[in-house]
Design a protein around this ligand. Structure first.
Ligand code: SAM
Length: 259
């Protein structure tokens, strides 16, 4: 069984992202990075999020820059949660504080614009498709792109080996069009061994142990230019709860695919 099959959407949302955004770094760091990155991009972009989970927050900054967004997710329960939120029938987790944070705190707009952003996200997400980075075809057929922007938050590092991780980066990068942008949000980890485990409740999840310099090097080798990486130390209390010995914090990398 891999990390996707045993994924419990509601447990994940409430434990990792909930409690009024108490898991601060896990939420505030990627939201700030995505805000900064999209602020420098034009509009009308074709965007893919690879490994969305049951999570809406990673496309809040992307929506005003998108002509269309495709969400790709492995786990059927997560895809169901995404569909319900998009249809306005999902009430088990409240994303409005996340919209408020991005639209009012980061963009400096008002509460009315935050509610309008929820409607915009609902209208600009055109489809939810399936994906599996262990399969020969890693995304549902017909959705390979290319895309102007590919975001993959906290997904392609859910594997046990560096070889699988390298394949994941290489495969996901094929969805980016030449001159397009790849954005990766990953756990930054101690590379003293190949992988480690964290717990949500009593359920173990495997993560490959990678550092920002390791991933940046791979992006450069794949022909990405202007590669930038940002690191954020994890909150010691939150890491203690995850019982994760190898975790150092979070990292965000971006680069432009060679033309
Ligand atoms: C830690 S969650 C991240 C969810 C979300 N992107 C976020 O930012 O919180 C890991 C994601 O990886 C997905 N995943 C696990 N195994 C996968 C696989 N073989 N192929 C693609 N995605 C997979 C899970 O379904 C889940 O959505």
């Amino acid at each position: 069984m891999n990390n996707g099959e045993k994924f419990d959407p509601l447990a994940y949302l409430h434990t990792r992202l909930g409690n009024n955004m108490r898991s601060k770094e896990r939420v505030l760091f990627p939201l700030r990075r995505l805000h900064e990155e999209f602020a420098s991009l034009p509009g009308s972009l074709k965007i893919l999020e690879y490994g969305t989970g049951p999570v809406i927050m990673n496309i809040i900054s992307a929506a005003p820059h998108a002509s269309e967004i495709t969400l790709a997710e492995y786990n059927r329960g997560n895809r169901d949660v995404l569909h319900s939120w998009l249809e306005g029938t999902f009430h088990s987790f409240d994303w409005s504080p996340f919209f408020d944070h991005v639209v009012t705190d980061l963009e400096g707009k008002g509460a009315k614009e935050a509610r309008a952003r929820e409607a915009l996200v609902r209208s600009v997400v055109k489809r939810v498709v399936s994906c599996d980075f262990t399969a020969p075809r890693i995304i549902q057929e017909g959705h390979e792109g290319p895309y102007d922007v590919v975001i993959s938050p906290s997904c392609i590092d859910c594997c046990a080996t560096l070889a699988q991780f390298r394949r994941n980066v290489e495969n996901v990068s094929t969805f980016v069009k030449p001159g397009g942008t790849l954005m990766l949000y990953l756990s930054e980890r101690n590379m003293h061994r190949e992988s480690g485990t964290y717990y949500i409740g009593s359920t173990p999840h495997t993560l490959v142990n990678i550092s920002a310099s390791y991933v940046a090097e791979q992006l450069k080798n794949l022909g990405f230019s202007g590669v930038r990486s940002y690191s954020c130390p994890g909150d010691p209390e939150a890491m203690k709860k995850l019982q994760d010995e190898d975790m150092l914090g979070y990292m965000f990398l971006t680069g432009v695919k060679g033309t």
